[in-house]
Design a protein around this ligand. Structure first.
Ligand code: ADP
Length: 319
């Protein structure tokens, strides 16, 4: 393998830049040329490709977002779009590709591998919703952003004796809600993986209030539904003063935490190692703090789930 490409695709995540940096530097370390493809698969189809040097990735390890930009590209889901991408790769003499993104992006990588273009997936999404890895790049940063926000909301919640419903991201996964709830001692955590009985939530709130609790924090994962709708139901059922905050895209930005920078560096470098060793159609991940790689098709066939032991613990600690 003489030339490889790297792109970021789908939702951006803090730490993607650290992963790009690791891919570029590790490839050059192995005397392999690296090409950056801008705007994900859209840029691939359009030939938005340029050679990267050691200096191209200087001063980005600490930055959120992605230097290569990201995009969603419907055309790439079609046979014709994928062929256009392959033509561009051939034109630039690129032998293999590292795709940093979520499961949608991995489907694209799998399609290219099927058509003879070796790809390696690097899990980059704040949602932590990818099987085969304990953590995805961006999760830790988003989690810390949520914690910071909830700590602030807690101050005003106490001052005004309010109930706060906080909607967090995570798509169909409850990881951000669960981890944030545990880290912040939330009274109630609603995740899409579990069907919480509404009456139980109401009773818990009422019990807390009667015990003299000054405020309550309820975290709702976006996969469960609208925080505003839930807040309205709580207000009607309890008569407690209730406010809703949707944290939204603040969760996707910001300087990556040390944990995300280290994870991204390890995963990006591992992706290059296995790509140049001749492997294809793999996703790199981390399990029990060891780097691993799995067949991308197997990863896509599995369903991610939250850690049920952690969920149980969150229930036990919020009685
Ligand atoms: P994420 O990678 O964060 O899950 P998306 O699901 O939006 O984000 O996917 C990102 C991009 O990956 C899509 O815009 C599309 O270009 C490509 N993609 C998604 N699904 C497929 C598919 N089935 N086949 C080919 N490409 C796909």
């Amino acid at each position: 393998m003489k030339k490889i490409g790297v792109l970021t695709s789908g939702g951006d995540a803090p730490g993607m830049n650290a992963a790009i940096r690791a891919v570029v530097r590790k490839a050059i370390y192995h005397d392999v040329e690296v090409y950056g493809i801008k705007y994900g698969y859209q840029g691939l189809i359009e030939g938005n490709i340029e050679k990267m040097e050691l200096g191209s990735v200087g001063d980005i390890i600490q930055r959120g977002g992605t230097k290569l930009y990201s995009a969603r590209c419907e055309e790439f889901k079609t046979e014709k779009g994928q062929q256009k991408g392959i033509e561009q790769l051939k034109k630039h003499g690129i032998d293999g590709l590292v795709v940093i993104g979520g499961d949608g992006s991995f489907r694209g990588a799998e399609k290219l591998t099927e058509k003879g273009y070796p790809c390696i997936g690097v899990p980059g999404t704040i949602d932590n919703d990818i099987p085969g890895t304990d953590f995805t790049i961006g999760f830790d940063t988003a989690l810390n952003t949520i914690i910071e926000a909830i700590d602030k909301i807690r101050d005003t919640a106490t001052s005004h004796e309010r109930t706060y419903v906080i909607e967090v991201m995570g798509r169909d996964a409850g990881d951000l809600a669960l981890w944030a709830g545990l880290a912040d001692g939330a009274e109630t955590i609603l995740v899409p993986e579990r069907n919480e009985d509404f009456e139980d939530v109401v009773q818990r709130l009422k019990r807390g209030h009667e015990r003299g609790k000054k405020h309550s924090i309820i975290i709702v994962a976006e996969g469960v539904g609208s925080g505003f709708d839930f807040g309205q139901r709580i207000k009607e059922a309890t008569d407690l003063e209730t406010r809703v905050t949707v944290l939204g895209h603040t969760q996707r930005g910001g300087s990556p935490t040390a944990a995300d920078r280290v994870l991204a560096s390890r995963l990006g470098a591992k992706a290059v190692d296995i790509l140049i060793s001749g492997k294809a159609g793999r996703m790199v991940g981390i399990q029990n703090n060891k780097l691993v790689d799995h067949d991308i098709i197997e990863v896509l066939d599995q369903k991610h789930s939250i850690d049920m032991e952690m969920y149980q613990l969150s229930q036990e600690l919020s009685i």
